[in-house]
Design a protein around this ligand. Structure first.
Ligand code: PPS
Length: 572
């Protein structure tokens, strides 16, 4: 593909002029407002700036159906990913078709208006099956679909008022038209884009450099800074790493721009989507690697997609995507020759030593403070990673007890706290069920909504403590698996989450009945009582399961300490 002057011409944006925007902004004070989620803000930004061209707004039902079923908009255009405005049912109910609503960021700043032409309740299981390949909540986007996204979708054209505000790396963010203008100015006629959500090490630098050489193109490092896979290295750290790596390319061949995309980890469909987005950003080539945008393992422990499914699908639609695929050469280090080589082109294979450090191994070495060799990465990158990922014994973490009322959670949690305080080193906070209900959640009852809210509050406080290097011990009932999982994800961004199931049986709890609550529950005097008249999802894979019958408290707390030691969270 050779870029013509035509495809570096500006692409359509959804913004109105400055004057119209001012007018719209004041008129919008009377409109019903929807406060956008973080993911919706990412989507809206790319809708408005043309990154999602040809979309003109959040999808209508007809576009959504086409996209879900066969990756095509109602007009036949290729588009693999639903871009929908999911809202709460209560919000949707109050709307009339044809009505304009204001779309606001999380501080209330109005970013756009939308004319609601469509409102429907999607079949989320169908969406999961068709778009992500399985209705399995181990997939981060399926989990989001079922547990975070609203139940009703709204569709309709968007009128852009202003870009979402970013205070970080402002000089590194470009709209599609800004990149097109840059390429025009630099005279870059062929540009190969590299999509990434991970820090770049030597192998990436080698492969992107080779890809650019092969395509006789300039290189655009185009990392995602919107939303990536839960647990990824935060984008602040990554951008500092990318900046260090930029210096390693021959001068003036390579540029970097940050993309505020919310990834879905949809493998093959995602690769096609990424290609369309890069075409909009003025690129001519796109690198697709092994397991592109892979979501990891499904709940049966198998990969969601085959390693080369993304490349196959990209090839299938290549004429419509508008960028040419450069398939990723898996690069490995050949010790005897002290250089990186494509894994499938190694000469004299039987007589050389091939070295490789997987992502998992890298995380392990960071967590344990072990050596990361020079052949693997750049010293500047390793230094950045060590700054954000200190060894585990210096990071904050959360111990999250869950179990029935009267199972012994609080007692064990208290004993654990005292033992940790005896050891010293990090501040410890106990967020016991009863304490939280007094200080944070005094207005809440025991409905599903209220319990979820209660656990989310605990999770929020624990994540802040973990982020700041402390130890949070939580001891609520926390009966719902999905809520526990979302708390886990929130905390794992900053440190370890150690789930401890206090597995005392309901019969034993009732027999002990320390607070006399079971008696009241049996008599119907307490409604929605966990284990009696309300559900409890038994944790499937807790880090530790404690049997408390015939085991004393000290021993239970000691088992937790041993677990923490084996996880490297406290020095042995
Ligand atoms: S939850 O579900 O996680 O929000 O519950 P939690 O905040 O841990 O609160 C549980 C304590 O509240 C008392 N209690 C009840 N528990 C369960 N179901 C009902 N309906 C209920 N009503 C009051 C009970 O004493 C729990 O304390 P623990 O420490 O768990 O025994």
């Amino acid at each position: 593909i050779e870029m013509t002057s035509q495809n570096l011409a500006p692409i359509p944006e959804l913004y109105v002029s400055y004057e119209s925007a001012q007018k719209l902004k004041s008129e919008a004070a009377d409109l019903l407002s929807w406060d956008l989620s973080l993911r919706q803000i990412c989507d809206l930004e790319l809708l408005m700036n043309g990154g999602f061209n040809p979309l003109k707004g959040f999808m209508t039902e007809a576009d959504y159906d086409g996209v879900v079923e066969n990756m095509r908009l109602a007009n036949g255009n290729l588009w693999p990913m639903p871009i929908t405005l999911d809202v709460a049912e209560t919000f949707a109910e109050g709307l009339e078709i044809g009505q304009d609503i204001a779309l606001r960021d999380q501080e209330g700043v109005i970013l756009a208006t939308m004319t609601v032409t469509d409102r429907w309740t999607p079949d989320k299981s169908r969406e999961a099956e068709k778009v992500f390949g399985a209705d399995d909540s181990a997939h981060p986007a399926v989990n989001y679909l079922h547990n975070t996204a609203g139940t009703v979708y709204l569709g309709g054209p968007v009128t852009g008022i202003q870009q979402p505000v970013h205070y970080d790396f402002r000089g590194r963010r470009d709209t599609p038209n800004e990149l097109r203008a840059l390429f025009r100015k630099l005279g870059w006629r062929r540009v190969v884009a590299f999509q990434t959500r991970n820090p770049l090490h030597r192998a990436h630098q080698e492969l992107t450099f080779r890809a650019a050489k092969e395509a006789q193109a300039n290189l655009l490092i185009h990392p995602v800074v919107g939303m990536t896979k839960p647990g990824d290295v935060d984008h602040f750290t990554r951008v500092r790493c990318y900046e260090a790596v930029l210096d390693k390319y021959p001068q003036a061949t390579t540029s970097m721009s940050l993309l505020n995309l919310a990834m879905r980890m949809a493998g093959p469909r995602e690769a096609v989507w990424h290609g369309l987005i890069r075409a909009n950003h003025g690129c001519t080539h796109f690198i697709v690697g092994r397991d592109h945008a892979g979501p990891g393992k499904n709940s049966a422990g198998e990969d969601f997609y085959g390693p080369y499914d993304a490349q196959d699908m990209f090839r299938q639609y290549k004429d419509e995507i508008g960028v040419e695929m450069v398939d990723f050469k898996h690069m490995v280090y050949v010790q005897e020759r002290a250089q990186y080589e494509p894994a499938d082109e190694i000469e004299d294979r039987d007589n050389v030593t091939i070295l490789n450090i997987s992502g998992t191994e890298l995380r392990r070495r960071l967590a344990e403070g072990l050596e990361i060799p020079d052949w693997f990465s750049f010293p500047e990158v390793v230094a950045e990673l060590r700054r954000t990922r200190p060894p585990r014994a210096k990071q904050g973490f959360t111990v999250f007890f869950t179990g029935f009322s009267g199972s012994g959670k609080s007692t064990i949690a208290n004993a654990l706290m005292v033992k940790l305080m005896e050891m010293g080193g990090r501040p410890v906070t106990l967020l016991d069920g009863d304490i939280v209900r007094k200080n944070l959640s005094s207005e809440l009852g025991f409905s599903k909504e209220h319990r979820d809210l209660n656990i989310r509050r605990i999770g929020y406080v624990a994540s802040e403590i973990t982020k700041n290097g402390g130890i949070a011990i939580c001891a609520p009932i926390a009966p719902y698996a999905a809520t526990r999982r979302s708390v886990r994800e929130e905390i794992e961004e900053y440190g370890a989450f150690v789930e401890v199931h206090v597995a005392t049986s309901i019969e034993e709890c009732e027999r002990r009945d320390r607070k006399g609550l079971y008696k009241l529950a049996r008599a119907g005097k307490i409604k929605e009582f966990t284990g009696i008249s309300d559900p409890y999802d038994v944790p499937e894979n807790p880090e530790l399961r404690l049997e408390t019958e015939n085991v004393d408290v000290d021993n239970c707390a000691h088992q937790v300490i041993l677990k923490l030691e084996s996880l490297g969270l406290i020095a042995g």
